[in-house]
Design a protein around this ligand. Structure first.
Ligand code: SAM
Ligand code: ZN
Length: 397
């Protein structure tokens, strides 16, 4: 093993990682990058790729990590995803690729893996013609994935899957809305559910690029933390899929006075005034306003958890995210609320999330938790109905 490397186990895979990345708060980029904190994201992706490979769409059983670093995600796919034929590991940093190659031997998957040192753009473009495309592509850059989306979409077979990470969270969470406009073709917005707006911007940009390339995308799963957000989407090739994209784009409207929120399509007339309190509405977008998760796909991910081999080797936080998404993927009312924003607006002590969900359901509304926020919930009740129900709940305590 080269000097300065340590062997660790993540999931059921053995990884060689730079020692410095295990001790510093911010993992160093040199000599090669490994982020131990992204383990949960990789655990979730092991579930997602295992789920996807069982679908009929998955005729091409290849996976490409175009910015693979030391291969943490790609090696885990080679070791932990059943039925892969080929795993491509590419990075512009030759040291990172050499470390990945060494670790592939440790795991006995070197015959499955194809290594290359190149820019992600060139690597993906070389795989963008018929017969050389991938079944699944992952884009995991430092910062925004926006520059890579065109090449990634071109390198995926019809019915394949694209997953990508964004770590430019201040941009997507509304601190820099103008940068969001140029990167994601839509404005971000500061609000309690800014990560949902960010995910919708990411999906919106993906769908806009796809339709320009005569393709369509179908979101399958989304995940976010304070530091990153990830989306998984099925890619469909052909103008009829591209034609479906514009109707799924629109805006998020938010009233910071009364916390009212709603989405509206691109063709609908702009709303300026809140219908509940007459306050002035903020607006984010254009962005994706359709479903962000596919219930059938989330069921498949949960079925993978049912296999002990996975549930025992994966971080509990990853399992909790995927379990919680099960109900949410069926009930997905855009946009979520948080207990704390409602109770601080009402100036009351926060009841438990569970009791609020029960009270909403008891009043005939749909209600469920969201995996996007620990104290978040989705409901079809309007903000004034939510406030009335929460106030009655607190008064009755
Ligand atoms: C966030 S890391 C990838 C982490 C990895 N996917 C994982 O799960 O551990 C980003 C990687 O992108 C590589 N990189 C940066 N710019 C690149 C480019 N234009 N083409 C290919 N790789 C690039 C860096 O060397 C780095 O290893
Ligand atoms: Zn209002």
């Amino acid at each position: 093993m080269a000097e300065g490397l340590r062997e660790i186990v993540e999931g059921r895979s053995r990884l060689l990682v730079p020692e410095a990345s295990l001790v510093s708060d911010v993992p160093p980029k040199q000599p090669a990058f490994y982020n131990p904190a992204a383990r949960v994201s990789r655990d979730v992706s092991v579930l997602a790729y295992n789920a996807y490979i069982t679908t009929q769409d998955m005729r091409e059983r290849s996976f490409a990590d175009a910015l693979a670093g030391i291969g943490a995600r790609a090696l885990r796919v080679a070791v932990e995803v059943k039925g892969m034929d080929e795993v491509y590991i590419n990075d512009v940093n030759p040291i990172a690729v050499e470390i990945a190659r060494e670790a592939s031997i440790l795991n006995g998957v070197e015959r499955l893996c194809r290594f290359s040192v190149d820019t992600a753009y060139r690597f993906l473009m070389e795989h963008s013609s018929r017969g050389s495309r991938f079944g699944m592509v992952d884009i995991d850059p430092f910062g925004t994935p926006a520059p890579y989306v065109d090449c990634a979409l071109r390198a995926i077979v019809d019915g394949g899957m694209l997953s990508m990470t964004a770590t430019d969270t201040p941009v997507l969470y509304g601190i820099y809305p103008r940068i969001a406009l140029r990167r994601y073709h839509g404005r971000s917005m500061r609000c309690e559910y800014a990560n949902e707006v960010g995910l919708r911007l990411l999906l919106g940009m993906l769908s806009m690029v796809a339709s320009r390339l005569e393709m369509g995308v179908e979101p399958l799963f989304v995940q976010s933390t304070r530091h990153y957000m990830r989306v998984y989407a099925r890619v469909r090739v052909g103008p009829r899929y591209a034609d479906e994209m514009p109707a799924r784009l629109g805006y998020v409207y938010h009233c910071s006075a009364c916390a009212n929120r709603f989405t509206a399509g691109m063709d609908e007339q702009q709303v300026v005034e809140c219908s509940i309190c007459n306050g002035r509405l903020g607006r984010a977008g254009p962005l994706w306003i359709d479903r962000m998760m596919d219930a059938g796909f989330v069921d498949l991910m949960n079925r993978v958890i049912g296999d002990d081999a996975y549930s025992l080797s994966l971080d509990k936080r990853a399992l909790d995210i995927v379990r919680m998404a099960k109900e949410e993927s069926r009930e997905e009312d855009a946009l979520y609320y948080t207990v704390d924003e409602i109770t601080s607006m009402l100036r009351v002590r926060p009841p438990t999330t569970a009791s609020i969900l029960d009270a909403l359901r008891g009043s005939g509304f749909r209600a469920c938790r969201t995996c996007l926020s620990p104290r978040g919930f989705r409901t079809d009740a309007s903000i004034d109905e939510i406030c009335r129900i929460v106030r009655a709940l607190v008064d009755g305590c």
